[in-house]
Design a protein around this ligand. Structure first.
Ligand code: UDP
Ligand code: MG
Length: 328
């Protein structure tokens, strides 16, 4: 492209062949209406369907289409990160491939950006079209996260957002492995604002966030922005010691001053089970943190790229990671 790219749109995709054509069409329409040069940066997160092939086909005749092709599935948050590493635009938009985030909103985001905001995130006002469990768990998670951290992470906000080049450059300096991208963007700071929208249903296909992955993302969010879970053991320990001491005094007192004897087996067993359970839970929480520390120390790269199409070939580490596609 001869003119410098104004907008980069990052679209992570994992087995999205059912939706990708419509997503491409809608994004194309919205982005060409800006009248400024843009790139559609698809990140293929190890799809085993035709998603990557479809993008390569579009790239044949559309020079705004670019593709980062991962060597395997690395996860949504890593795919977004790779997109940021490669994005060339002065403003960078992150959007899901399944059209749950309406592309038309990008125009409003751009308007806010032009007003001088460096981060424009999209807050979901209503998600009535998602399952009750998803709505309930998401709402609980955002509130627990907010209560447990000092970083100002907005509630009900996903990764659908526009960030300025400056923010994108700062994001590239954050090397952490178990990433919670929306939290990191808040942590970085800058002038942030919200626009509101209604989250649509997935156009087609299945969610790529089953319960297990949702839990992992939640734990990544909480562990990377808060130490509070680690402190629970301390607080509970102090309270229990006080209760235990008072109880001990009363037991000794009744042994000396009365002749009642206590029948203790059942109560001791239940108390033991409860406290052992609590100790194991605390060990589990500790494990979540220790495991993440271990991930950091291994210093493996965040992702492995098989190939890139229609792009400069520098990665986060500045190595050559792929070749520019040769189209004949
Ligand atoms: N995604 C991805 N890698 C994964 C899982 C998901 O790139 O391992 C992409 C997916 O293709 C979609 C976005 O991340 O574009 C959000 O996923 P999904 O819509 O399945 O999540 P949900 O909206 O149900 O939370
Ligand atoms: Mg979705």
């Amino acid at each position: 492209m001869s003119r410098a790219i104004h907008y980069s749109v990052i679209i992570p995709m994992y087995n999205e062949e059912a939706v990708i054509e419509e997503t491409y069409r809608r994004l194309k329409k919205v982005m060409s209406s800006t009248g400024e040069p843009y790139e559609l940066l698809f990140v293929n997160d190890g799809s085993v369907d035709r998603s990557a092939q479809m993008i390569r086909d579009y790239a044949r005749w559309d020079e705004s289409v670019k593709l980062i092709d991962f060597a395997r599935n690395f996860g949504h948050q890593i795919a977004i990160t790779a997109g940021m590493d490669y994005a060339a635009g002065r403003a960078v938009v992150i959007i899901d491939a399944d059209l749950q985030d309406p592309p038309e909103l990008i125009i409003d985001m751009i308007a806010k950006w032009k007003e001088g905001y460096e981060v424009v995130y999209a807050r979901r006002t209503r998600r009535s079209r998602e399952t009750r469990f998803k709505r309930w768990s998401a709402s609980l998670f955002y509130r627990v996260l907010r209560a447990s951290t000092d970083t100002d992470i907005p509630v009900d906000t996903g990764d659908f957002r526009l960030i300025d080049r400056k923010v994108c450059d700062e994001m590239k300096r954050l090397p952490e492995k178990n990433r919670f991208v929306r939290g990191l963007v808040s942590w970085v700071g800058f002038r942030q604002t919200a626009i509101e929208y209604e989250r649509d249903e997935r156009l087609a296909g299945e969610t790529k966030y089953p319960l297990k992955r949702m839990l992992k993302l939640s734990l990544d969010g909480i562990t990377s922005f808060s130490y509070k879970p680690l402190k629970i053991a301390g607080y509970v320990g102090v309270i229990l010691s006080i209760v235990g001491f008072i109880y001990m005094v009363s037991v000794i007192g009744s042994a000396i001053f009365t002749d009642s004897t206590m029948k203790g087996w059942a109560s001791i067993v239940s108390i033991m089970l409860m406290f052992n359970g609590f100790i194991l839970i605390m060990l589990g929480i500790l494990g979540e943190y220790v495991g993440r520390i271990y991930d950091e120390t291994k210093s493996r790269p965040l992702y492995i790229v098989r190939d890139v199409y229609q792009m400069e070939t520098t990665s986060r580490q500045g190595h050559l990671t792929g070749r520019i596609a040769q189209h004949d």
